[in-house]
Design a protein around this ligand. Structure first.
Ligand code: 5GP
Ligand code: MN
Length: 344
């Protein structure tokens, strides 16, 4: 069953039926959770809690410090350091909501536990090419964020008036972070209407912005300096990329989330249509890649085809098992086949 906007009233009624009696509910999101992942999970958590369900949010691993003020975040169970409890919650769940991802492989070490869980799955997500594990799917790649979809989900359940200041705050976080503060193409007039209503319902927009973005440390600003120093432009492909080695990260006292947004530095150069950042992770023995584009060039396809990743048309992630320099070499060797599309 596949719900697209406008949502099918039958499916909504079935979900309403499921939620009409108290349930054990688990909400899970993707590995390396971002603002949209944590925001949507906690918004749904607060909403369902008010109906006296037994609700648990589980993330595969930890998330950056700049998200550690979002209402309810202290209740989140991290699978990687609490696997025993997390597994039993997933096994005992009647309902599992999977938010901001659409394929179990995105759930890190939780993948196996999820794939054998007997619960009814509900997917709410805005990424491309959804898998088919969920009985109820609300999948819409046109949406700015999973957080916006949580708003529409509550709206379809006829519960807009149940949006508290806490819920409004959680939803606002993910809408703001996934749209680059309401600037990306996915930002529609509806996005702004939803945000206006969230402010009316108690989301403090200025303070949320400050809590997310004005949390730099000196070492993070200096890491940005290193990233800028390493920025390379390939004018014949309208492409810019940044590398950061493990050594450079260590020098800068790197913490999760410190490189957030760096990839956009390359994309902000006039004429650049494709920007990447390659970040060495010696612990996981991978190079983590973030890809961004402007216009028609699909980084989702590019990452799927070459770097075991995916995401959205203009924003995707990927990985490589080669060394940092071999990864960059591989990347540069692939570019000529995209020369035409990058020069359109
Ligand atoms: P980021 O570069 O910020 O890690 O990710 C950009 C977007 O691509 C996010 O929406 C993220 O969920 C998605 N994404 C990141 N890594 C992967 C990946 O390995 N596979 C898929 N399918 N999506 C990814
Ligand atoms: Mn998202």
């Amino acid at each position: 069953m596949y719900l697209r906007q406008p949502m099918n009233i039958d499916e909504i009624n079935k979900i309403k039926g499921l939620l009409s009696t108290s349930k054990n509910i688990v909400i899970v999101t993707h590995k390396n959770p971002d603002g949209d992942a944590v925001g949507s999970s906690l918004a749904l958590y607060h909403y369902l809690n008010a109906y006296k369900h037994n609700v648990t949010v589980i993330t595969p691993n930890d998330y950056p410090d700049f998200l550690k003020w979002i209402p309810g975040q202290e209740t989140i169970i991290k699978f990687d350091n609490n696997a025993h409890i997390a597994k039993s919650k997933i096994e005992e769940a009647d309902l599992i909501f999977t938010l901001d991802f659409n394929h179990f492989s995105r759930s890190g070490d939780m993948e196996k536990t999820l794939s054998v869980a007997e619960a009814t799955f509900v997917m709410i997500d805005h990424h491309q090419q959804p898998d088919s594990y969920a009985k109820y799917m609300y999948s819409d790649t046109g949406m700015s964020s999973t957080c916006q979809m949580i708003y529409h989900f509550i709206e379809k359940l006829d519960d807009i008036e149940k949006i508290t200041p806490k819920i409004a705050t959680c939803i606002y976080v993910g809408m703001m972070t996934d749209t680059g503060s309401f600037r990306f193409r996915s930002t529609t007039s509806t996005t702004h209407r939803v945000v206006a209503d969230l402010i009316d319902k108690g989301a403090d927009n200025t303070s949320i912005h400050e809590k997310i973005y004005d949390t730099n440390t000196l070492s993070r600003i200096q890491l940005k300096g290193i990233a800028l120093n390493n920025l390379k432009v390939l004018p014949e492909y309208n492409t810019a990329y940044i590398t950061l080695s493990q050594k450079e990260l260590d020098q800068s006292d790197f913490k999760k989330g410190d490189t957030e947004g760096f990839v956009n530095l390359g994309l902000s150069i006039t004429g650049i249509k494709f920007a990447l950042i390659f970040i060495e992770n010696k612990g996981d023995e991978i190079i983590k890649i973030s890809l961004r584009s402007k216009g028609d060039f699909s980084v989702n396809e590019f990452s799927r085809n070459h770097f075991e990743g995916g995401g959205h048309h203009n924003a995707a992630g990927g990985r490589s098992n080669l060394s940092l320099s071999d990864t960059v070499e591989k990347f540069i060797s692939i570019l000529p086949s995209y020369k035409n599309v990058l020069n359109q």
